[in-house]
Design a protein around this ligand. Structure first.
Ligand SMILES: Nc1ncnc2c1ncn2[C@@H]1O[C@H](COP(=O)(O)OP(=O)(O)OP(=O)(O)O)[C@@H](O)[C@H]1O
Length: 641
């Protein structure tokens, strides 16, 4: 079982050394765009040496002029100087383009890998774990920028180092003292930048909770799902206040770091300016004494500025790379986590169901800290039989269905498909044999046809199959009558391209449910059909028609139906009552009524509610022929609470 709440803020040592992370980022860049990466490196090298070459060529030209050299002597140096100047002007644009190109490819490559990794986990455990969502959100953010920032910073550091080495070499020739002075002055700057980077990273971890909350409150304020309650309960100002409170905390933390940056950067820039000014004074005096030529002075000035700029670039980029490397750890954490649900390396083939599915002493709980949901369930679902699962809220019906789909593994015991332990089979193969509609079905912001077609991508969107499924789910007429029929966008959010006609259409809750059912029915020729509360939102007539249709269509096929409406399950070949984490009763409707246990009590309760609700009363409430209500009458309450 997985551990919850395991992630802590400090990730410095979590996912390998910083050097290893930098290497991973470089590898990703190379995989994403080898040519652009190589070109970026070449351009960075050229940009690194170009300022030094330019400074030296300027000296040569100025000294030549000073000596009164002729044009033939000056032209080659001036030509080279002009070329170097051109390179210096053009290369930054080329570099920006290349880096932008690399950024775009890297973003796509890294995000693709992240979601691929997330998809690799065939289970549900991580998705129902809040800590994983936190990790995933940070990994998404990190994946968007961190590798790119690491690569950019590394290139800039390389470029700055080349410039630095070139100018330091130049300065050593002219004034070793000056080199020592500039390097000495740069040390506090480097230290301050690194400290600030750490502080910034810490601040970002610190405000991540505030950011999450702020996002949560602002999305509540703008979500169509929440809009009704927000208005009815007058929550708008309350949520807005909370959102602004979180934003204020974020702003205060950011302001603090910015103020510190301003103070230390301001002081350090001042120190740099004083040193550069003193150097300039010295160079002018030395030139007046004849110790330096005009060219020496020009190269000296360029070198002082060049060394200072290169040092600032290196230190600034180092700090940014350091920050990005810390953030990148979040991405690597998700990428390196093993799937919670192990997939067998050599899966046992799963044959078409012929005998049945067997649960052997199945125990399950969601986490070690949670209570057992299933406590030793033994159940055989024979091939070709329709099974109904019945029980109070929280009895574990949906959980059992999740185990049948192998979205989780039993903690103890096992589930066998014609004798094959589900753990030994490929989850993909298992799921290809299953059609399911879940209680918390999805409503996709896509067209009606796409919403249904997603149930069986292999059908390739075959319109006849889509319409057939919609008919059987009782939603064909509604969809056909939409403005664009099956091609109408069903959405509360997305709109077409500035085309009013493409505005999304909203369906009612029951209509969405029928659509979800149609999606599952796209696969209803599969070996096992699971319907978890497929008709809770449907009107009584629709429910009756759908169940009748399903019975005819699925005759001789295996199905598991969960429903609180006992009228819908009474025709099942086998009714299983879950209670206390075990199977409390099993049998046909008649057998269970004769047993006079929990099922009979619940059925009678629903039927009596119907009897008392029906004008003029009616048949005997305890009669086995009683037809329980399909509407949410008060008598249904015991099943829901
Ligand atoms: N992802 C989860 N993490 C932790 N506990 C869970 C999770 N899902 C369900 N549970 C718990 O497991 C128990 C069984 O839930 P389950 O959804 O299987 O019940 P159910 O019989 O389908 O109920 P209902 O009739 O309300 O749909 C409940 O106590 C529930 O709180």
């Amino acid at each position: 079982m997985h551990e919850r709440g395991h992630m802590k803020d400090d990730t410095r040592h979590e996912e390998g050394s910083l050097r290893a992370r930098a290497w991973t980022a470089a590898t990703l860049a190379w995989q994403a765009q080898p040519r652009t990466t190589a070109c970026s490196v070449i351009v960075s090298v050229l940009m690194g040496i170009a300022p030094v070459v330019t400074a030296w060529l300027t000296k040569v030209v100025l000294d030549g002029i000073g000596r009164g050299s002729g044009a033939s002597e000056l032209v080659p140096a001036a030509g080279a100087l002009a070329t170097a100047g051109l390179v210096l002007i053009v290369l930054p644009h080329v570099s920006e383009y290349l880096r932008g190109r690399l950024h775009r490819s890297l973003r796509a490559h890294v995000s693709g890998r992240l979601y691929g990794r997330v998809n690799d986990d065939p289970g549900l455990g991580r998705f129902e774990n809040p800590a994983f969502h936190d990790d995933l959100r940070l990994a998404q953010e990190a994946g968007q920028n961190a590798p790119d920032r690491i690569v950019r910073s590394s290139l800039s550091i390389g470029q700055g180092t080349l410039t630095l080495v070139g100018f330091v070499g130049t300065l050593i020739v002219i004034s070793p003292v000056m080199v020592a002075l500039i390097l000495f002055a740069a040390m506090p700057s480097a230290r301050a930048q690194l400290l600030l980077s750490r502080r910034r990273a810490k601040m970002l971890w610190g405000i991540s909770t505030n950011s999450r909350r702020q996002f949560f409150y602002s999305s509540l304020l703008s979500s169509p799902e929440a809009a009704k309650e927000v208005r009815l309960f007058g929550l708008g100002d309350h949520l807005r206040g909370r959102m602004l409170g979180e934003l204020a905390a974020i702003n205060a933390a950011e302001e603090d770091v910015e103020r510190r940056t301003l103070h230390s950067q301001g002081l350090l820039s001042l120190l740099g300016a004083v040193i550069a000014g003193a150097g300039l004074l010295w160079a002018i005096l030395a030139a007046a004494d004849g110790a330096l030529s005009i060219g020496d002075v020009s190269v000296f000035i360029a070198a002082v500025a060049g060394v200072q700029t290169a040092l600032n670039t290196i230190v600034g980029q180092w700090a940014d790379a350091h920050n990005a490397l810390l953030v990148f750890g979040r991405y690597l954490k998700v990428m390196r986590a093993d799937p919670l649900l192990p997939v067998p390396a050599d899966p046992v083939p799963l044959p078409a169901l012929r005998k049945g599915i067997e649960l052997r002493d199945v125990w399950f709980r969601y986490d070690e800290g949670h209570p057992w949901v299933l406590r030793g369930v033994d159940l055989f679902i024979p091939y070709g039989v329709s099974v109904a699962l019945v029980g109070l809220n929280g009895a574990g019906k949906s959980t059992l269905v999740k185990l049948l789909c192998r979205l989780y593994d039993p903690v103890r015991g096992s589930i066998h498909w014609d004798g094959v332990d589900l753990r030994e089979a490929s989850p993909d193969e298992l799921r290809r044999r299953i059609g399911a509609v879940f209680q918390d079905y999805m409503s996709y912001d896509l067209t009606a046809a796409e919403n249904i077609m997603l149930g069986d991508l292999a059908s390739g969107g075959d319109r006849a199959a889509v319409e057939d499924a919609a008919r059987r789910a009782g939603v064909h007429d509604v969809l056909a009558a939409l403005p664009r029929g099956y091609d109408t966008l069903l959405s509360r959010i997305f709109f077409g391209d500035n085309d009013e006609e493409e505005a999304g259409v909203m369906l009612s809750g029951g209509q969405w449910q029928r659509l979800a059912l149609a999606r599952a029915l796209m696969r209803d020729r599969q070996d096992l059909l699971i319907l978890d509360e497929p008709s809770s939102g449907l009107d009584a007539e629709a429910e009756h028609a759908i169940h009748l249709g399903l019975r005819t269509h699925r005759a001789g096929r295996t199905s598991v139906l969960i429903s609180h409406r006992l009228g819908a399950v009474r025709e099942a070949d086998l009714i299983v009552v879950l209670g206390g984490g075990r199977i409390a009763e099993r049998g046909t409707h008649d057998e269970l009524m004769a047993l006079d246990g929990e099922y009979a009590r619940l059925f009678t309760l629903q039927a009596s509610g119907y009897e008392s609700a029906a004008p003029g009363g009616g048949r005997n409430a305890t009669s086995q022929d009683a037809d329980p209500p399909k509407i949410d009458s008060p008598a249904q309450l015991p099943l829901h609470g």
